[in-house]
Design a protein around this ligand. Structure first.
Ligand code: NAP
Length: 180
């Protein structure tokens, strides 16, 4: 945190400086956290408007869960944040039109937790070891959830590349703020 505070807010390409997080809370323009911004960009690209939808974000980190909840709120979703102390996650997740898993626990989100037709965004990245070698999986049991959800992001190849794209966008925006 001490290091983060030393970064100039206009050079904060990760969008995690308190000034930029404060701007997000206030609904003001600023550099935004890359992973949640990537989720919002993906929803926009597929014309999945959060307006009027029930969104459940599982995970409340400063890196993903909290800023994403604020972004979904700004997009007029009705937002619930769940975390490790949330009782009956299944019942809460099942109400979601947009269900986001940002936890770091492989297989946490199972098919019975997903409302039929929901949009499921898997932010988690977990390395698991198998006899055939290591592989990356998300927090969502992809094979079981895919038939229930209308939309689902894979891991790898889903939100990870969106995060990288948003980092590049923030870097360019940061340059433009400083030099134009
Ligand atoms: N795709 C990408 O580009 C990208 C970018 C960043 C992170 N990630 C991945 O996203 C995941 C989350 O990252 P993070 O930095 O946000 O992790 P984090 O700081 O460890 O936060 C994890 C969150 O999950 C919650 N949680 C833990 N166990 C839970 C459970 N059983 N049920 C419900 N909630 C639970 C925690 O609750 P408490 O607050 O109560 O402890 C915490 O809020 C990781 O797998 C990470 O690798 C991916």
């Amino acid at each position: 945190m001490a290091l983060l505070n030393r970064i100039l807010p206009h050079k904060d390409a990760d969008g995690l400086h308190p000034v930029n997080l404060g701007r997000l809370v206030r609904g003001e323009p600023g550099l935004q956290s890359c992973t949640p911004a990537g989720v919002m960009r993906l929803l926009k690209a597929y014309q999945l408007d959060p307006n009027g939808k029930s969104a459940v974000v599982v995970g409340r980190s400063i890196l993903v869960g909290k800023p994403l909840a604020l972004m979904l709120l700004a997009a007029d979703a009705t937002v619930t944040i769940a975390h490790s102390r949330t009782p009956d996650l299944t019942a809460i997740a099942h109400k979601a039109d947009i269900l986001v898993a940002a936890v770091g626990r492989p297989g946490l989100i199972t098919a019975n937790m997903v409302k039929p037709g929901a949009i499921v965004i898997d932010v988690g990245i977990n390395r698991i070891s198998q006899s055939t070698g290591d592989r990356l999986v998300g927090d969502v049991d992809f094979d079981a959830v895919q038939p229930v959800a209308e939309w689902i992001t894979p891991v790898p190849g889903g939100i990870g590349p969106m995060t990288v794209a948003m980092l590049l966008q923030n870097t360019i925006e940061s340059y433009c703020q400083r030099f134009t």
